[in-house]
Design a protein. Structure first.
Length: 446
């Protein structure tokens, strides 16, 4: 079920009303929330609910075993191998097989004709954080199986994050939750802004981007630069829009999720950008990969190695394609370069990020290199697509800049009531009448 579907607009109020009708019994709330989350996920393909059940059961059992056994490392390793194994089979098996065969090595192994389960990378990492934190004794294992399964399957952030930590979300599942009007209002504001970013910014950008990429070999440099800029805003509006809707929806249920984006395109350096972009994923890699490898504490050579490993894994996390690997290594090289030349420039950071998005967007490296070669040919002409959409992107930038010190861009509590409602209705009007053709959320494929 997509956030931008009619089914979700029917599903959410029903779940909201029943959920708060059970306010006096938070265990029943959790059970209902779990059932609703499985309905939400099963709307795409009910068969993949089995994978969530396996992931949830193995991580829940590993937590209990870690409390009772001396072989703690074996238990946590087994859970990691099982869950990463499932992820690897569905996401990387065919990629690995194709590349081995391209090297001329014959493998008598069939390819798998399966689709990628939506959100598998997100809920796999979320489940692993629990067993690792229990292993590290940062978190006591829970015995409440319903609360734990609801933690893994919580529908607002199940398919595209934020990737929550058990230390933040699980205690909320185990506690009583009371309805708060101010939290609900804040959640609705955040949802409205997320819908605007997705439906007006991302979906309109997607139409122009698809047109430009389809004919990049014959387009002039200016058109390709516009295509690069539009995809830069498309992926931001799409993914951060999803996160805003997810975080806002969670607040309707009295649950606070972690921030996933913090105005990343206003960053003045690449290290700052990666502290602001997809925060839940990058802090996951920081805490469970980078720091255990030694972080930046063991000299320059190992720091460089650790950064390369983290961004190589980040690239692979996004998908089984060499474009994602190269994109990850590109960003790693930029971060390493920034250690030697610590510039402060919003424009340069934005430009380098946008160039990286060309590789990310391309179907393969041949397309990526061809696009960049044509873009830097300086064969300027007229803009073929997306001129009006650029104006919407400028509006987005302007609003986020003016509201950059607020909790979020629709935090307009200081305005009189009539002006606040005028802002809400204006944004609703724009979102409905200026929306682009509906596109699947980009990060559903990850």
């Amino acid at each position: 079920m997509s956030f931008v579907s009619v089914s979700f607009l029917v599903f959410l109020p029903i779940v909201f009303l029943v959920y708060w009708a059970l306010q006096a019994h938070h265990r029943w709330q959790n059970l209902f929330l779990l059932a609703a989350s499985y309905v939400f996920y099963g709307w795409w393909d009910a068969r993949f609910l089995l994978l969530i059940l396996i992931t949830s059961a193995s991580s829940y059992a590993s937590g209990l075993l870690l409390e009772r056994t001396r072989h703690r490392r074996t238990v946590v390793a087994a859970n990691i191998v099982l869950n990463l194994g499932i992820l690897g089979v569905f996401k990387y098996y065919n990629f690995f097989l194709d590349n081995v065969q391209q090297l001329g090595l014959a493998l008598d192994a069939p390819t798998l004709a399966v689709i990628l389960p939506v959100g598998i990378s997100f809920y796999t990492f979320q489940s692993l954080s629990y067993s690792i934190d229990v292993y590290r004794r940062k978190l006591a294992p829970t015995r409440d199986v319903v609360a734990f399964f609801a933690y893994i399957a919580f529908f607002p952030q199940l398919v595209a994050g934020p990737i929550e930590r058990a230390t933040n979300l699980l205690p909320q599942m185990l506690s009583r939750r009371s309805f708060r009007y101010d939290e609900a209002v804040d959640g609705l504001q955040l949802m409205l802004w997320g819908f605007f970013k997705k439906m007006v910014i991302a979906d309109n950008c997607a139409f122009a981007v698809n047109q430009i990429w389809a004919d990049y070999a014959h387009a002039n440099s200016l058109t390709l630069i516009v295509g690069m800029l539009l995809f830069t805003f498309q992926i931001y509006g799409d993914f951060s829009g999803y996160s805003d809707i997810a975080i806002g929806t969670a607040r309707l249920f009295g649950i606070r999720l972690m921030e996933n984006f913090h105005l990343p395109y206003f960053s003045a350096s690449m290290p700052e950008f990666w502290r602001r972009w997809h925060i839940s994923l990058m802090t996951w890699f920081r805490d469970y990969v980078y720091i255990p490898l030694g972080g930046s504490r063991e000299g320059l050579a190992k720091t460089v190695r650790n950064v390369l490993i983290v961004f190589l894994l980040s690239g692979l996390w996004h998908g089984a394609n060499w474009t994602f690997v190269v994109w990850g290594l590109y960003n790693a090289c930029l971060l390493i370069a920034w250690r030697f030349v610590p510039l402060r420039s919003v424009a340069l950071t934005f430009l380098l990020t946008a160039v990286g998005w060309v590789v990310f967007r391309s179907a393969d490296m041949t397309e990526a290199l061809g696009y960049l070669q044509r873009m830097f040919a300086f064969d300027f002409g007229t803009i073929a697509y997306g001129k009006r959409t650029l104006l919407w992107c400028l509006l987005l930038v302007a609003v986020e800049w003016v509201q950059r010190r607020r909790r979020h861009p629709l935090c307009v509590d200081a305005l009189p009531v009539y002006m606040r409602w005028a802002v809400y209705y204006l944004l609703l009007f724009i979102t409905f009448f200026a929306r682009g053709e509906e596109q699947t959320f980009i990060y559903f494929q990850f």
